[in-house]
Design a protein around this ligand. Structure first.
Ligand code: CA
Ligand code: CA
Length: 169
């Protein structure tokens, strides 16, 4: 916990051609972007869990824009083909929820025509640079990169801790 806390204060500004990297966005929210390790949605979920994180939920326009800006700032065009998000409609077709919060999609940034549940077999959401970082629903078994974030509960606990002991940043 302590190590993670201090680690989370460090902002890594790497080029996207590095295999793995961590940004800090949105009020010190640590996120982890992996562009090179291509995995299906379930493996991506596990990859985040193994880092004590979650697949990212883009549940506000502010957060979505911050992520987009971070990706644009640190990456050359073409380096982000597709990245898994933490949204799925596996439980009920057509009803997308964020797995980190269990809440249905409120804010959405789907690309035109999506989610289209193409072939009746698209149940996992990903961000796609080709559609200007808008979202698409894809087959959950496709392999691509992914984005993790610190768990919302842990984030709030850490934030309260920091504010209590260190004051406002
Ligand atoms: Ca679907
Ligand atoms: Ca689709």
């Amino acid at each position: 916990m302590k190590a993670f806390f201090f680690l989370s204060l460090v902002v890594y500004i790497n080029q996207c051609n590095s295999i793995r990297q961590r940004f800090v966005i949105l009020d010190n929210l640590p996120i982890y972007v992996d562009t090179d390790y291509k995995v299906n949605w379930f493996q991506a979920w596990n990859e985040c869990a193994s880092r004590n994180m979650n697949l990212i939920s883009l549940d506000s326009e502010e957060k979505s824009k911050d992520l987009e800006n971070a990706l644009r700032k640190d990456c050359d065009t073409g380096t982000y083909p597709r990245l898994w998000l933490g949204g799925t409609d596996l439980a009920t077709e057509g009803r997308y929820v964020w797995t980190s919060t269990g809440k249905p999609f409120d804010y959405v940034n789907w690309s035109p025509g999506n989610p289209d549940n193409d072939g009746g077999n698209e149940h996992c959401a990903y961000i796609w640079e080709k559609t200007n970082f808008q979202w698409n629903d894809g087959n959950c078994t496709i392999k691509m990169g992914f984005i993790c974030e610190e768990h919302p509960v842990k984030y709030n606990l850490r934030k309260n801790f920091e504010e209590t002991f260190f004051g406002e940043a």
